[in-house]
Design a protein around this ligand. Structure first.
Ligand SMILES: *[C@@H]1O[C@H](CO)[C@@H](O)[C@H](O)[C@H]1NC(C)=O
Ligand SMILES: *[C@@H]1O[C@H](CO)[C@@H](O)[C@H](O)[C@H]1NC(C)=O
Ligand SMILES: *[C@@H]1O[C@H](CO)[C@@H](O)[C@H](O)[C@H]1NC(C)=O
Length: 204
């Protein structure tokens, strides 16, 4: 099973979340429908992205409500962990996320974008902070004695991934049945096999 469907009746009749999983050797791109192998990095050592990401650093007071909530909620969660600095909000990444959200056909299937530059968490049926909460709540399944990717914890590990420094999110209203569709993209992307111990820090 490559996806997780969570039912939170108080949030939506139909709510689910999705994350990306990359491994270094064979680069896998995990989608709701299975695992596609795509050629992104062909060697064991991940090469650095060649595209330049510009980050505009915002203070929460100048941001719209959605952006301010989703950024500060991520940073509240990160602050619970040792040595995990806050994220900054990148307008470039946010634009990318918003474009991706705009394209969504609201049919209930969650499919990741194919931009290997960013990590990505998706949620359907959760309001802004509830989406981050649903991703983060996977902490209860994370085993610090056995660090690594699991389908149950991939969103959590991306949210608090230490080496991730920037975030940008977008959303679309999918009506009363599906509710809000939320896309957050992360740079540098998290969830690299072999790097979980260094990047997923314990609670303070
Ligand atoms: C929803 O749309 C996507 C993109 O067109 C498609 O791949 C997927 O199979 C659709 N899901 C359902 C349940 O129809
Ligand atoms: C966590 O991982 C350790 C090491 O692999 C294992 O011994 C332990 O049983 C795991 N704990 C749970 C709750 O799965
Ligand atoms: C850590 O992040 C920097 C940029 O923020 C990136 O260049 C580097 O590749 C990342 N390292 C890992 C191991 O992901």
């Amino acid at each position: 099973m490559f996806f997780m469907i969570l039912f939170y009746l108080s949030i939506s009749a139909f709510a689910k979340i999705e994350t990306i999983f990359d491994i270094k050797t064979v680069v896998n791109y995990q989608t709701q429908t299975g695992t596609k192998t795509i050629t992104i990095w062909s060697t064991n050592t991940r090469s650095e992205p060649t595209t330049t990401i510009t980050s505009t650093i915002f203070t929460t007071t100048t941001l719209d409500d959605f952006t301010s909530k989703i950024l500060s909620f991520h940073n509240e969660k990160r602050a619970l962990h040792e040595n995990t600095p806050p994220l900054t909000y990148s307008s470039q990444i946010a634009e990318n996320s918003q474009e991706y959200a705009n394209e969504y056909n609201c049919n209930g299937t969650l499919i990741h974008h194919e931009n290997p530059l960013y990590g990505e968490n998706l949620a359907l049926g959760y309001e802004t902070t509830a989406a981050v909460e649903a991703w983060y709540d996977e902490i209860s399944f994370y085993n610090y004695s056995n660090p690594g990717f699991t389908e149950e914890t991939g969103h959590f590990t991306q949210v608090i991934w230490q080496n991730t420094t920037m975030i940008g999110c977008g959303y679309k209203d999918c009506g009363s049945y599906y509710g809000q569709y939320t896309v957050c993209q992360y740079f540098s992307p998290g969830n690299y096999a072999g790097l979980f111990k260094e990047n997923v820090k314990p609670l303070k």
